[in-house]
Design a protein around this ligand. Structure first.
Ligand SMILES: NC(=O)c1ccc[n+]([C@@H]2O[C@H](COP(=O)([O-])OP(=O)(O)OC[C@H]3O[C@@H](n4cnc5c(N)ncnc54)[C@H](OP(=O)(O)O)[C@@H]3O)[C@@H](O)[C@H]2O)c1
Length: 121
């Protein structure tokens, strides 16, 4: 079973990606700030971690915990959108860019090797 980590998978576009991957049989780990909407915790093969990307260390801990629980990654998908105060430049940069860079760099060694001839989703 493939494992996909969706950052920002509790709402909007990311939530739809979570549903599609789950319906295709993937194990899906989700990171968001808030509890998922009612019913989302019952979606098969989906597990949620609460972490705020404004706190880079908390996001890394959540991602490591997801790998510890659900195995090495096959997919890492970023769907977060900064929803803080108007014109909060630092928050926008942290959530959109810095957290993305930190997670990619930390998780690069945590991907499953792709088998020869294996295709993408
Ligand atoms: N919606 C569209 O039609 C559309 C079209 C084209 C491109 N996009 C792009 O897709 C991305 C997502 O957009 P969206 O409209 O789907 O956004 P959205 O509905 O606001 O969802 C954003 C997601 O990011 C999470 N998030 C926001 N701030 C966070 C933080 N500080 N820490 C952790 N998680 C955080 C939210 O989770 P919580 O609320 O639980 O924190 C939520 O799951 C954006 O890059 C956007 O530009 C969207």
């Amino acid at each position: 079973m493939s494992h996909a980590l969706i950052v920002g998978g509790t709402r909007g576009l990311g939530r739809e990606v979570v549903r599609i991957l789950s319906s295709r049989g993937s194990q899906v780990s989700v990171i968001g700030r808030r509890d998922p909407p009612e019913g989302d915790r019952q979606i098969p093969n989906v597990q949620h971690w609460i972490a705020d990307l404004l706190d880079g260390d908390a996001a890394l801990r959540a991602a490591e915990s997801a790998v510890g629980s659900n195995g090495l990654l096959n997919y890492l998908i970023f769907c977060q959108r900064y929803r803080g105060k108007d014109n909060d430049w630092a928050g926008e940069i942290q959530v959109s860019l810095t957290a993305t860079k930190q997670l990619i760099e930390a998780l690069a060694p945590r991907f499953a090797p792709r088998a020869t001839g294996e295709s993408c989703l």
